[in-house]
Design a protein around this ligand. Structure first.
Ligand code: SF4
Length: 468
């Protein structure tokens, strides 16, 4: 019987800096003040278990275990396969871990997956330490690999050549077992913006219904498709989370939970009629501005909606094919707040076409929206995106620009000079969070002691980010 060891690794730099990644469709780096459950990894564990394959899961990232502390438990399990999810910036660390694991366990087969290696499997395979790259969603392909079936969604080396199997998507998401949360350190998953901690994450659909923003690499993962789970299947999972795990806080990972409004209304009605004591947060697009929907979401426990506003300049939004207007954003915020739901928003600095003036407009816009939380990130030209092409990187598709994928190539020299964007990022956080009006409103916001504590922790890390 084949055995599997799954690990969500912590990346540790030469300077002993610990980096946590969200190793799913986003492949993003996450602040140290947060710990997210590795959803895809626990789905893989669940499907293996369902097929009677013994599996061990170690969330080393959340447990703060450096790679050296993964080797021993991995070796003790004597697995036949080791699974490692990857993220945009984590690949050099993942390859290093694979090397160490191979040194300890020469006969083990190492399987990796992630948006980055789906875009460019060669970067992993050419290292010589990784046997299989899963292309796209990992569950069924991982099971196939363990069963020796390499017909779809996998890349591997054979006779020195890279074999790329054809891609396909799992059509029926209800056919998946629920994530194996019993293998996770559930009490440790916390986020400063969660209404209650610990929280867990749930995905009721896969894919982005908008699928068009020039900077977004999500299509490489979801192949321009959206699939939805049935309402009953989602409700069973929520019931299991509340009744078995006693967790009452959920962050929905759907790229836009609100897009299929009727479906979400049905989910909300079920939460209300089953009297599920759950509070939750989700992502939405500003195109959905339905007062009735927001009010039923609020009744069903929604405390916060996150919008990807991206820019405060209409010209930049249009240039990057965002497909939204500033007016829509303002209205979405107004209606969300009127329903009693908090708003958090993300903004990108250094988008295609951005100048010092448009970046200032973006920060001014974030402040003027009067939202509860703002996240500012530096736009990165990721492989497979139009932005990557615009930056003149298309001929080198898949080239790993730098260790953390942060050595961006910008359209304007101005943005590259003297760490201009990094300075803008610090200034954006400073301007948004250290306004007396904002601090006063947060203090008057009926925060629970626990939430206040977590937000103070995150304020400390913000202080370090800006002034450290
Ligand atoms: S709305 Fe745009 S940025 Fe958001 S997931 Fe969809 S394509 Fe990506």
């Amino acid at each position: 019987m084949k055995k599997v060891f799954l690990v969500n690794p912590l990346a540790l730099t030469d300077k002993k800096e610990r980096i946590h990644f969200l190793r799913d469709y986003s492949g993003a780096e996450i602040p140290t003040s947060m710990a997210y459950p590795p959803l895809d990894l626990s789905y893989v564990a669940a499907i293996l278990r369902e097929n009677n394959i013994p599996v061990t899961l170690l969330d080393a990232s959340t447990l703060n275990l450096p790679p050296s502390e993964v080797l021993k438990p991995a070796a003790q399990e004597r697995p036949d396969f080791i699974g490692i999810p990857s993220a945009w910036g984590s690949i050099p660390f993942d390859i290093e871990l694979a090397k160490e694991l191979k040194n300890r366990l020469p006969s083990v087969k190492i399987v990796i997956w992630g948006v980055n290696v789906t875009a460019n499997p060669e970067i992993a395979l050419s290292s010589g330490y990784i046997d299989f790259v899963i292309l796209g969603e990992p569950e069924k392909p991982f099971l196939d690999i363990v069963n020796g079936v390499l017909a779809e969604n996998v890349a591997y080396k054979s006779g020195g050549k890279t074999i790329l199997a054809k891609r396909s998507l799992l059509e029926n998401l209800d056919s998946l077992p629920f994530p194996a949360r019993d293998l996770l350190p559930n009490a440790k998953y916390t986020a400063p913006y969660a209404r209650k901690n610990p929280f867990t994450s749930v995905s009721t659909s896969r894919g982005c219904p908008y699928s068009k923003c020039n900077f977004c690499p999500t299509n490489i993962w979801y192949m321009n498709r959206v699939r939805y789970r049935s309402v009953e299947n989602v409700m069973q999972e929520i019931g299991e989370i509340i009744n078995k795990l006693k967790i009452h806080s959920i962050i929905f990972r759907d790229q836009s939970l609100t897009f299929e409004q009727e479906r979400l209304i049905n989910i909300c009605n079920e939460i209300i009629s089953r009297k599920h004591p759950v509070s939750w947060r989700c992502f939405s697009g500003v195109g959905i501005r339905n007062k009735k929907l927001f009010s039923i979401m609020k009744k069903a426990g929604c405390y916060q909606i996150n919008y990807g506003f991206e820019s405060g300049s209409q010209e930049i939004l249009d240039l990057n094919n965002k497909g939204t207007t500033l007016e829509e954003s303002r209205e979405a915020v107004r209606l969300t707040r009127e329903a009693g739901i908090e708003v958090s928003g993300s903004f990108m600095l250094g988008m295609w076409g951005d100048t010092e003036e448009t970046i200032k407009k973006t920060v001014d816009f974030a402040i003027s929206l009067d939202i509860d939380y703002a996240e500012f990130i530096l736009a990165t030209p990721l492989p497979t995106t139009k932005f990557y092409e615009q930056c003149g990187l298309q001929d080198k598709t898949g080239t790993f620009i730098s260790q953390r994928w942060y050595n961006r190539s910008y359209n304007s020299n101005l943005l590259l000079k003297d760490n201009f964007l990094e300075k803008q990022l610090k200034s954006a956080y400073k301007r948004f969070y250290f306004r007396p009006a904002y601090i006063f409103s947060r203090l008057c916001n009926n925060l629970s002691l626990e939430r206040l504590f977590l937000q103070s922790k995150s304020a400390v890390s913000l202080f370090r980010k800006i002034w450290g």
